[in-house]
Design a protein around this ligand. Structure first.
Ligand code: ADP
Ligand code: TRP
Length: 332
């Protein structure tokens, strides 16, 4: 039995970087027949390390669920659910907490980066760090290990977390016998794994340079028109290999479309026209998903139903694993 699993954090304002770096490759993977079981979940408990407004939180969960469904996740073929609906994950988290050296958490990148930033800015090292953030990798390990996962598709920033899950599993297997937990491997997503933002830096919510997936057509065009360009005149020939617009265009257009636009670049194209070409391909790509997304957001009870069905199926796997792990660790 080969299981692939990944979690998606609901943090609001899903953008083209999330789409190409995470969502599209994962959906393609779910449609392949390389695995016996594919599991996708909304990591809502992880989002609680930073989201403080319950209304906003709930909306983020719906938005991310609607996003995945609109972009083609088949909730019958995969198990699609909300992390916190399967309470076993919190029990496993505690057992794993007791098996994890504190030093491993001190060395986790996301925590270390925070400490570094605090030190640089002359604040207390742990300023703004709650225990949820500190032990984030343990909850993530529980997510992975609870479902006997073999493969975890993630971006580069998450590799260390999967390594932590593997090392916790190894430690448990040494103490409690082989097969207590399955040792997972990361699958690094390379394709489309870097999408530039409006200013040419990596597209990220934290840089405020994103192109959101789910605005209206009008908003999409308006955002694309904000992409930073130089002041070269329309008739000046332009290098298609040194341009953010072209870089994004390649991620959505067919190879014929790309060649045709490259010719226009070399002949000289006004930035407004280049942006319009980009808008056209992105908008074509998003047209149908946008309708589906809007449908789900105005029928959230359909999302509730899908997530409840998913949680029922996930719980069956979780109960099995917990039965095994609990009895090995506690004797009960
Ligand atoms: P943000 O940087 O906007 O906060 P997240 O960190 O929530 O985005 O990213 C969620 C997922 O989307 C991760 O798997 C991440 O690797 C992917 N991702 C985010 N930004 C980009 C980008 N610019 N290019 C490719 N993938 C991205
Ligand atoms: N930490 C991941 C992120 O920020 C989300 C996540 C939570 C996850 N649990 C997971 C990813 C388990 C893979 C497997 O993107």
């Amino acid at each position: 039995m080969k299981t692939v699993l990944t979690g998606i954090k609901p943090t609001g304002d899903v953008h083209l970087g999330n789409l190409l770096g995470a969502i599209r490759p994962a959906i393609e993977m779910s449609q392949s027949n390389d695995f016996d079981r594919s599991i996708y979940f909304i990591a809502d408990a992880h989002a609680l390390t930073s989201v403080r407004d319950p209304k906003l939180f709930k909306n983020y969960v719906y938005e991310i669920a609607a996003t995945w469904l609109a972009l083609g996740l088949d909730s019958r073929k995969s198990i699609f659910f909300k992390q916190s609906d399967v309470k076993e994950v919190f029990e496993l988290t505690w057992l794993l907490n007791c098996m994890t050296p504190k030093g491993d958490m001190n060395r986790a990148h996301s925590y270390k980066d925070r400490v570094q930033k605090n030190n640089d800015e002359g604040r207390d090292a742990d300023h703004g760090v709650n225990m949820g953030l500190y032990s984030y990798p343990i909850l993530m390990s529980a997510d992975i290990l609870l479902y006997d996962t073999n493969f975890v598709p993630v971006g580069k920033d998450q590799i260390q977390h999967v390594e932590i899950a593997r090392s916790i599993a190894q430690r448990c297997n040494e103490y409690y016998g082989a097969g207590t937990l399955i040792e997972p491997k990361e699958v690094i997503q390379e394709s489309g794994s870097y999408v530039p933002g409006l200013d040419g830096r990596k597209m990220s919510k934290s840089y405020g340079n994103v192109i959101s997936l789910w605005g209206t057509e009008k908003q999409l065009r308006k955002t694309i028109m904000k992409i930073k360009t130089d002041s070269s005149p329309p008739e000046a020939p332009k290098d298609p290999d040194k341009c953010i617009i072209m870089e994004m265009y390649r991620l959505f257009a067919t190879s014929e479309q790309v060649s045709a636009l490259e010719v226009r670049y070399r002949e000289g194209i006004g930035w407004g026209h280049a942006k319009e070409a980009l808008f056209e391909v992105v908008n074509d790509y998003l047209k149908t998903p946008r309708e589906k997304f809007n449908h789900f957001m105005s029928h959230t009870h359909e999302i509730d139903q899908i997530l409840e069905d998913g949680a029922d199926r996930a719980r069956m796997v979780a109960k099995d694993t917990m039965g095994r792990v609990r009895s090995r660790i506690t004797g009960f």
